[in-house]
Unconditional design. Sequence first.
Length: 219
Amino acid sequence: MRRLLLLAAVAVLGGTAGAARADNPQLIGTVGTGDAFSIGLSDANGSPVHHLDPGTYTLLVHDRSALHNFHLAGPGVDVATDIEGIGDQTFTITLSDGTYTFQCDPHSNVMSGVFTVGTVTAPAPAPTAQVTKVAGSVGPGKKISVSSTLSGSSAGVFQFTIADKSKTDNFHLTGPGVSKKTGVATTGKVTWKLTLKRGTYTYRSDAHPTLRGSFTISG
């Protein structure tokens, strides 16, 4: 009889704790939809979070990419999803007066946000990351190229539009953190949105390695 009473008490306590978590205001973090360099934090109504009252919240993170993660940090809080992991993850967090940052750790220079809690003044919205557009091509014939103005550019986000006009060569871009290519036997146009870091990048044909070029990204 005593054991039955103890089990009943545990069940009641467990149900109460679950209800308390369910009653917490919900925040929703989203990162990497379609492997894009995007990250955001909204409230239960879908509005972007800029300022919150202190208190305990339930944070639901939709981590949709093995390239990115969602990391929230600030006074008393430091929670993150795995970079390689994909899926939904829930955290219970208690926010106090101060400034909080959410970011993708590998790409924090272009994927981050900030909000304030309590008496701290809300910050101005972060500027939209600038995207540099780059044109590249391979073929027809034995030629391969990218925009002549690319070398010496600063690190950041670049949108490459590659025109593959050859059925015997492809366009393969490699460098720090990047390896993207078109097919050797296929033609067409592709678009890549890439974060380039400081260093040297090479573009070449895998079928004919002497068909190549390079450019350097500054810090």
